[in-house]
Design a protein around this ligand. Structure first.
Ligand code: UDX
Length: 436
């Protein structure tokens, strides 16, 4: 099939590459000439394991091409995927300006029958309004139909999540659209991925409710960590015991510094704004609490840091391990770690940061912090070490070696991910939120 992808950010580039790899002819478009040039050289502008080799393979095969022209896009394909960003507006709601700009640029060129498929995360009701917008601008008014096919990509696992997702959601208005989407995804569907066909509004809600549920799970266990701290219990053992109940499960139940990144925080705030505008107070207040618990964990780590250095962070050397919003990513958008680094610096601490891949991105946002090439370099002379992003490399650190370079062997394991017994045996004072 001939498909187009509009917007080659994180979602769009991954989708375009994976669609080409499924055997489709793909033309991917972006208004940013620089992104098109970079992608055309088989370079991904972000760190995503496995993406670049697949990008190169599909460029070489000729199945994947890039353009900046909306006319080319309209002429090329039968199915147009909208993959532009929906950032957070000042009031927390989703800013739809890029979605509107994309359909306004595309619609006037749509002459033949085609399907526009939204993948971006949008407030419920957007799809139906977009269809009206497209039809009012398209020369053959009813040539275009619209469907919603939300993505569930996790950074670091984006290729896997694209080619073999847990489920495919098709929000449609017609059997024609459902059939076309089944053809697009014929290979994963044949491999057993469930394909769920539903109305547009329900499909829009699937994405935001999935992210709201995941965020709620994390905030629930972080709220339990607060209880554990108060009574001297251990949230890690509590989680282990809870997870044996299959109804609860183990995933998204790791307590610590809470969630960040380009999706979860933004999506729950946008969904909260939607719920408020719909007058659904229950969801608005639930998500407000989930967000507040999440921010509270960052403040708690600062409090623990202050206690660990006898009351004042001013002039203290603090080594920070991990600055990406999660391991396996170089993304620092709404990174809990980078937020903590900023608060440490604000309190007068001298912060030295290490991360296996995210330091260049962190340095763009916080050029004032010190960036070290290795863990020992970051920890040299430190009064306190903070473990803020749980990279596997940090679990492999030799605590005896690190005790030899710091000024004081105290570590706060804000992700509850280190072997505290091992570190204590090497002479370290170890503290972790929700753990004795
Ligand atoms: C998320 C969703 O998982 C994905 O389905 C959606 O499409 C986009 O948003 P992503 O942002 O890549 O994906 O990260 P994810 O792996 O979900 O982690 C989000 C945040 O939650 C990270 O900061 C992570 O450290 C934190 N987290 C995750 C926890 O604090 N505890 C957990 O148990 C799990």
């Amino acid at each position: 099939m001939r498909l187009t992808v509009i917007g080659i950010g994180y979602l769009g580039l991954t989708h375009a590459v994976c669609m080409a790899d499924l055997g489709h002819e793909v033309l991917a478009m972006d208004v940013d000439q620089q992104k098109i040039v970079t992608a055309g050289r088989a370079e991904a502008p972000f760190f995503e394991p496995g993406l670049e080799p697949l990008l190169r393979k599909n460029l070489d095969s000729g199945r994947l091409r890039f353009t900046t022209s909306c006319t080319d896009v309209a002429e090329f394909g039968d199915v147009h995927f909208l993959c532009v960003g929906t950032p957070e507006a000042a009031d927390g709601a989703a800013d739809l300006r890029y979605v509107h700009a994309a359909v306004d640029a595309l619609a006037p060129h749509l002459r033949d029958r085609c399907l526009v498929v939204g993948k971006s995360t949008v407030p419920v009701g957007t799809a139906r309004r977009l269809l009206a917008r497209i039809r009012s601008a398209a020369p053959a008014a009813d040539a275009a139909d619209l469907a919603w096919n939300p993505e569930f990509l996790r950074e670091g696992l984006a290729v896997q999540d694209s080619v073999s997702p847990d489920r495919l959601v098709f929000g449609v208005r017609s059997e024609w659209a459902a059939t076309l989407l089944r053809q697009v995804y014929a290979r994963p569907l044949a491999a057993g991925v469930p394909g769920l066909v539903m109305d547009l509004e329900t499909a829009e809600l699937v994405k935001v409710s999935a992210n709201a549920f995941l965020a709620t799970k994390i905030s629930f266990i972080n709220a339990m960590a607060e209880v554990c701290e108060t009574v001297g219990a251990d949230v890690v053992r509590l989680t282990e015991a809870l997870s044996h109940d299959e109804r609860i499960g183990r995933r998204f139940l790791s307590a610590g510094l809470g969630f960040g990144g380009g999706c979860l925080p933004k999506d729950i705030r946008a969904f909260r704004a939607t719920a408020m505008s719909l007058g659904v107070k229950s969801v608005a207040s639930l998500l407000g609490e989930v967000d507040a618990i999440n921010s509270g964990r960052r403040a708690r780590v600062i409090e623990m840091a202050r206690e660990a250095v006898d009351g004042s962070l001013a002039g203290r050397r603090v080594a920070v391990l991990g600055v990406a919003f999660k391991p396996g990513s170089d993304d620092v958008r709404d990174s809990p770690s980078l937020d903590v680094c900023g608060r440490l610096a604000q309190n007068g601490a001298i912060v030295s940061v290490h991360d296996p891949v995210a330091m260049p991105n962190a340095a763009k946002v916080r050029p004032d912090l010190r960036y070290a090439r290795s863990v020992p370099e970051a920890a040299e002379g430190a009064h306190l070490v903070l473990h803020l992003t749980e990279w596997a490399d940090y679990r492999a650190i030799d605590p005896v070696m690190l005790a030899g370079v710091v000024a004081r062997p105290t570590i706060i394991d804000a992700r509850c991910a280190l072997d505290a017994g091992l570190w204590r045996a090497a002479g370290w004072t170890v503290r972790a939120p929700g753990r004795p």
